[in-house]
Design a protein around this ligand. Structure first.
Ligand SMILES: O=C([O-])CC(=O)C(=O)O
Ligand SMILES: [Mg+2]
Length: 554
């Protein structure tokens, strides 16, 4: 079902001898082709398809029919193909999943099947999965509650585990938990694939989650679980509840936090504004907004600031305005940590008012609302940075996914800051070139997406045989990513490695995550193994990692 018929993995590259020994003679065309030629054919096909969804469907069929070719393509053409199997196209796929469905590619577990979770887990046709991505579909990217149609996200994330970190395809397990949906369109759609019911109350889902986590650890004790796209309150609750009991992490809180921290470290270096003087406004205070801000607070405290002094650098804004203690509404638990108390009774209701008041040097968007960073907002950010001195550059991260939810576009950011912006978005924008008198200037965007860390965090946890995913493992992933840029990337003023190098970055992230697991005492690898690496250093550890990862050969 989920992956290809393994006997055909090599596509057209079987030698005549292999064809004879495997009884394949005549079952495949006569020609023998190397992987490059086979990729060429597939690329030609993809490029003739008109829409992102059609390209996705072709790729999805290819994944089933020739899994090695699919991953060879995805690895070698990451820049072109990742946006098709991941954000932004995967957002459209999820929106239309009821009609696009042709075959199961994930486990579907509904709250009505509570008694059979173990049986369902055992029904998965591949032995001993190493990594699971699980969602309840309640907050898919910035698109809201899509119910079981959110299944595209675990499938897409796991395709990147394989492409970006070399986890074998048959060791990945996508799961969607069906607890109903608040999405009226889905509920009315005769083709909707999930329970036709409103979401169950929070305590009921909690009990279901408890059972799911226990069953998953019982049936697949070695498997790492990645929580994905749970609505904010649940995301925080489940992370708190399970992180000390199981090997798990939350990608939207911790993965996004780490990737933005890595980008922030690079951005501060380019900005001309010393880190002590940075003032950060966050538009959006959900799981990602708060997760990112907390990761940055940890960075500041590791640099010697007190927790309070670090927290004071952050102003979080939500739909009701600046998050303050005395705003008069009941703040969700996860927002309380960042609620300001120094507003002297004033309430700031709009982003413009907050910028006027705070005079930030950095603006981060995790609102899931297209266009929130208007021209006046971005110009106000630039003005407040300019006021600090010549040559200073504003940091602007509109991070919401997919592109249809980005707070502003790359071109807008460049235009409204006269080209001075240090920019990262969640989904990929294209570079662009403008003619300035007689020469051309090219601007390169950054993609601040958790794909730069979650594959390496998962791989590191698996290879270290980590019993838990600790805060230090997450924090280290950010530092490792920040240090993974090559000379050319630094020269171009990038803050993340180019996406074509995500696999290199994942190996560095995985290595440092493994070492952090060891330092935290959660690695269950043999002591002699660690002693050997300590003697031989990072190169030996990299060699170990590289020898264990999947690199499809055709
Ligand atoms: O999936 C992505 O591209 C990043 C992410 O976790 C999200 O937006 O929820
Ligand atoms: Mg996510």
């Amino acid at each position: 079902m989920a992956t290809a018929d393994l006997s055909y993995r090599q596509g057209l590259s079987f030698t005549p001898e292999q064809r004879i020994s495997k009884n394949l003679t005549g079952l495949i065309p006569h020609v023998m082709e190397d992987s490059k030629k086979q990729c060429e054919r597939a690329l030609k096909m993809i490029r003739t398809r008109q829409t992102g969804i059609d390209k996705y469907l072709y790729l999805s069929t290819l994944k089933r029919e020739n899994v090695d070719l699919f991953y060879r393509l995805l690895i070698d053409h990451a820049k072109e193909l990742m946006p098709l199997v991941y954000t932004p196209t995967i957002g459209d796929v999820c929106l239309q999943y009821s009609t696009l469905y042709t075959r199961p590619e994930a486990l579907y577990i509904s709250i009505k099947q509570r008694k059979s979770i173990r049986t369902i887990l055992r029904n998965w046709p591949y032995a001993n999965p190493e990594i699971c991505v699980v969602t309840d579909g309640s907050r898919i990217l910035g698109l809201g509650d899509l119910g079981v149609n959110g299944v595209g996200i675990p499938i897409g994330k796991l395709a990147l585990y394989t492409a970006a970190a070399g986890i074998r395809p048959e060791k990945t397990l996508p799961i969607v938990l069906d607890c109903g949906t608040a999405n009226e369109t889905n509920l009315k759609d005769p083709l909707y694939l999930g329970l036709r019911a409103k979401r169950v109350p929070v305590p009921e889902q909690q009990a279901f989650m408890d059972e799911f986590m226990e069953a998953a650890a019982d049936v697949y004790p070695d498997m790492v679980v990645q929580f994905e796209d749970f609505e904010s309150e649940k995301a925080f609750n489940y992370l708190d509840r399970y992180r000390n009991k199981y090997k798990c992490f939350n990608d939207d809180i911790q993965g996004t936090g780490a990737v933005v921290l890595a980008g922030y470290i690079g951005a501060v270096n380019l900005s001309g504004v010393p880190i002590e003087e940075q003032r950060l406004v966050f538009m959006g205070a959900g799981s990602a907004g708060v997760g990112v801000a907390k990761q940055l607070v940890e960075y500041y405290t590791k640099r010697g600031l007190s927790e309070q002094a670090a927290k004071d650098k952050f102003w979080l804004v939500d739909t009701k305005g600046l998050v303050t203690k005395d705003r008069g509404d009941k703040l969700a638990d996860h927002k309380k940590y960042f609620a300001r108390t120094d507003n002297n009774g004033h309430q700031f209701r709009t982003l413009e008012e907050v910028i006027e008041y705070v005079k930030p040097t950095a603006l981060v968007g995790l609102t899931a609302t297209f266009g929130v960073f208007t021209e006046s907002v971005v110009r106000a950010l630039k003005a407040s940075v300019d006021a600090g001195g010549l040559g200073r550059r504003p940091i602007l991260f509109p991070l919401s996914n997919p592109l249809s939810k980005a707070e502003c576009t790359f071109e807008q950011a460049v235009t409204w800051t006269d080209g001075t912006v240090i920019f990262a978005s969640g989904s990929p924008f294209s570079q662009f070139t403008v003619k300035v008198s007689d020469h051309a200037v090219t601007y390169y965007p950054n993609q601040g997406n958790n794909v730069y860390v979650f594959p390496g965090i998962g791989l590191g946890a698996i290879l270290a045989k980590a019993s838990r995913v600790t805060d230090n493992m997450i924090y280290t992933s950010a530092a490792a990513l920040a240090g993974s840029l090559n000379a050319d990337e630094i020269h171009k003023g990038l803050i993340y490695p180019r996406i074509e190098r995500v696999r290199d970055a994942s190996i560095i992230v995985a290595r440092e995550v493994m070492k952090a697991a060891r330092r935290d005492g959660v690695s269950q690898l043999a002591e002699e193994q660690w002693l050997e690496w300590e003697e031989w250093g990072d190169l030996a550890l990299d060699k170990y990692i590289k020898a264990r990862i999947y690199d499809p050969q055709l």
